[in-house]
Design a protein around this ligand. Structure first.
Ligand SMILES: [Ca+2]
Length: 295
């Protein structure tokens, strides 16, 4: 298998200025979204311009993101839920009483406005279902071409949740039609899926580094991890986010299709997405901990 360091999605190293990004998240279910939000707020190489929330109880997800970003010192980053739906999970309940007044704009409306204000400048990172992006494309069919890049945590090519298992990846499966729409939207597209993300497991000694840091945001991550209650966090979403400016993955340019079940399958033809297929997992985990434990 030929793996290239450059290609469509490789070579995303940032310049001297922080890279402006938008982050679309389903924080509140799996805990890795919280780890991505903290990375987005604390990583000097990126400037988090806005957060949007997707899938199910998006207002509760936005409230969770608000509390977490405030603890990171990112009080000025706006957060746009898709709607006013609320819900309960142990993580969402961590922020249930936190003050958050949703903006007038929905997440898709905000995505359209923000990208059109700065065409060609913004990198959109999606770490949940692609419903908000698909609805934004309904509002502006040319939106994809106005993005600097679209980085999707989702899918898999050679190995998914377990060897030999043909189960579609969760973010794609949650809204298959939206994912199909986004794949064809014309954005320079990078896919960071289970081939690499299931390898970045935040076990010891990395968790101990977070415990020792003692920052409000690292304490919050440990609290949310305990509430989540499924053992070792797998940092699917932070790895996808890291790909906008750090190089822990190796890439292959492929032509993918998304079938009706949500499987992301390589097909013949010109490449339409750069796919992460190998990862330096330990180096990534070292870097993640170093980045979020900075003062
Ligand atoms: Ca997620």
């Amino acid at each position: 298998m030929l793996l290239v360091a450059g290609g469509i999605g490789g070579g995303l190293l940032t310049g001297p200025e922080p890279l402006p990004i938008l982050l679309d998240t389903d924080a509140g279910d799996d805990v890795d979204d919280a780890y991505a939000l903290v990375l987005a707020a604390r990583w000097p190489a990126v400037k988090l311009e806005a957060v949007s929330t997707v899938f199910g109880p998006t207002l509760s997800r936005a409230r969770l993101a608000r509390k977490l970003l405030d603890l990171c010192g990112a009080q000025t980053v706006p957060i746009f839920p898709a709607n006013h739906a609320e819900g309960h999970t142990p993580q969402l309940d961590w922020a249930a009483a936190y003050p958050f007044a949703p903006p007038a704009e929905t997440a898709p409306q905000a995505l359209v406005r923000l990208v059109n204000e700065r065409p060609g400048e913004l990198t959109l990172v999606t770490i949940g279902a692609l419903s908000n992006v698909a609805q934004a494309l309904d509002l502006d069919p040319h939106l994809g071409r106005k993005l600097k890049r679209l980085v999707v945590m989702g899918g898999w090519v050679y190995q998914g949740y377990a060897a030999g298992e043909q189960r579609p990846e969760w973010n794609i499966r949650c809204d298959v039609a939206a994912a199909q729409r986004v794949l064809a939207c014309g954005a320079p597209l990078t896919m960071v899926g289970l081939d690499v993300t299931r390898r970045v497991r935040l076990q010891e000694p990395w968790l101990e580094r977070l415990r020792q840091a003692g920052h409000p945001w690292t304490q919050a991550l440990l609290e949310l991890t305990a509430r989540w209650g499924h053992g070792v966090p797998v940092l699917h979403d932070p790895l996808a986010l890291s790909c906008v400016g750090a190089q822990f993955c190796r890439w292959q340019d492929l032509r993918l299709e998304i079938d009706a079940a949500g499987l992301t399958k390589p097909v013949p033809g010109p490449p339409n997405v750069s796919v992460a297929l190998e990862v330096e997992a330990e180096a990534f985990l070292d870097w993640y901990c170093a980045t979020v434990t900075r003062p």
